[in-house]
Design a protein around this ligand. Sequence first.
Ligand code: HPA
Length: 246
Amino acid sequence: MLAIIGGSGLTQLSNLDITRREVVRTPYGEPSGALIFGRIAGEDVVFLARHGYGHTIPPHLVNYRANMWALARAAGAANVVSVASVGGIRADLGPGVVVIPDQIIDYTSGRHGTYHEGGDSPVVHIDFTEPYDGALRARLLAAAAQAGEAVVDGAVYATTQGPRLETAAEVTRLERDGAHVVGMTGMPEACLARELGLPYAAICVVANWSAGRGDSAHEISFDKIEAVLQQSLGKARRIVEHLCQA
Ligand code: HPA
């Protein structure tokens, strides 16, 4: 079964034939909401809205451990695709572009980033050289090609703490660090998936030029973000549909 985590603007999948909802409790607390089970193109899918179904949970308060545990252990998902909105930093990654990132830099702080908290259990290190699953990324790229949706293959995703957006100088630093897009939820989601042995990849929709770039030179317009997301999340939805058909 495929799990899909919907980010800002994607609290439901219009192409999901819902069969049941399940409230799951985990050793790490409550996930962002009930798991929604259903089918897309005949394929079993479980969906979870990262920020809750009323979009009330900010990025720094998402219970990433509960979410990933619920999808992996309670739902038994075999793969997780995250849909997330980001700000564009690189010149070719403007609003409306869809990116399948291949690397992450983590700037978050104070989030629970591991299932292995020590105590009586042995220390666990995971390999995280390639944070996204290569095979799942390849399937997403193939699904995008089949859907006729242009996507950018590979980008470095900077995860900031939020919930505020960045300053222009912070974006300049992210760019110097080698980041191409910036969002607030990529971590610790990706490393928790790895700890659970769950293949994980992301479809990132560029919602806006990041602070100090393009038409966000002096300010980021939230009205424009809404308009772009409505359009571009349709692309993400079509990619997921083709992923299920493949
Ligand atoms: N910065 C951080 N996260 C984001 C942005 C941004 O500009 N746009 C959408 N998510």
